[in-house]
Design a protein around this ligand. Structure first.
Ligand SMILES: Nc1ncnc2c1ncn2[C@@H]1O[C@H](COP(=O)(O)OP(=O)(O)OP(=O)(O)O)[C@@H](O)[C@H]1O
Length: 254
């Protein structure tokens, strides 16, 4: 579904990604792991058009993504969540999730303010879809609350609901359980398992190895911008290069 070929990104001459290549198969969970600074966020930003790769190719459903702006890439059916939440704190949970449908709404939300009957009908349909998404992510009872008053774990689930509301073909998750306590991690983990069971294609960046090993079909390991291993969770777990990348980093910071 998503194919990366020799993707490189340099910042001021220093390589953050160095000829990275792998594929994300449809209907599977691909986890992208690696020590801090390995290049995971840079890669997600290259896929979503936030950053332009220095060289290489990123194809999605036969379309070249390199050179396309973020909004065009989103319209192709790629949604994402952010490592540091990007929600609108003063807006309600429902309105935040509705922003995940702006591609489809086009100008209709503005036009709906003019109260044209068929546009009002369309606005109601979009709201219904947002409410359904909130229900799936067990947030329906919080629909009217401003996001600012929610616990951090609930905010993370609002981001998930917003990313999934448009039923995208591919969802990129940037550290969905970072900063969560054990119960919140379990709740988000449960949601991710449900998405997987429903056949949602996911590219998951995550440091929580227990979660990664539990839900990933394929694990891709980056270290210093290079792809050092790829395989099933079991294959990657016992790969000496991966152990060295993680242990080396732990020794260096000890
Ligand atoms: N905008 C930028 N300008 C300069 N260097 C950057 C920029 N963004 C990232 N880098 C550098 O690129 C490298 C990869 O960073 P990146 O944030 O992609 O790693 P990461 O694997 O996501 O790390 P973490 O797990 O800590 O989030 C790092 O050396 C980082 O300092």
């Amino acid at each position: 579904m998503l194919h990366l070929d020799a993707v490189s990104k340099k910042f001021g001459g220093l390589p953050a990604l160095d000829r990275v290549g792998f594929s994300v198969p449809r209907g599977q969970v691909t986890a992208l792991i690696g020590p801090n600074g390995a290049g995971k966020s840079t890669l997600i930003n290259c896929v979503t058009g936030v950053l332009a790769p220095t060289s290489g190719s990123i194809r999605f459903a036969d379309q070249q993504l390199v050179g396309q702006p973020s909004h065009a890439i989103a319209r192709l059916g790629i949604a994402r969540t952010f490592q540091n939440l990007k929600l609108f704190p003063r807006l309600s949970v429902l309105d935040n999730v509705l922003t995940g449908l702006t591609c489809e709404a086009g100008r209709s939300l503005t036009m709906a303010m003019l109260r044209l009957p068929y546009l009002r009908h369309r606005e109601r349909r979009l709201k219904l879809r947002a409410l359904e998404a909130l229900d799936r992510f067990e947030l329906a009872d919080k629909a009217r609350l401003p996001v600012a008053v929610l616990a951090y774990g609930d905010k993370k689930r609002v981001e998930l609901a917003r990313a999934c509301v448009s039923e995208p073909q591919l969802v990129l998750l940037d550290e969905p359980v970072a900063g969560l306590n054990v119960d919140e991690t379990a709740a988000v983990g449960e949601q991710l398992k449900r998405l997987r069971a429903a056949g949602q294609t996911l590219l998951l960046v995550e440091h929580d190895m227990e979660l990664v090993m539990e839900i990933a079909d394929q694990v891709v390991v980056l270290d210093s911008g290079r792809c050092i291993a790829r395989g099933t969770p079991d294959e990657v777990r016992s790969n000496p290069l991966v152990l060295e990348a993680y242990l080396g980093r732990m020794e260096a910071t000890a």
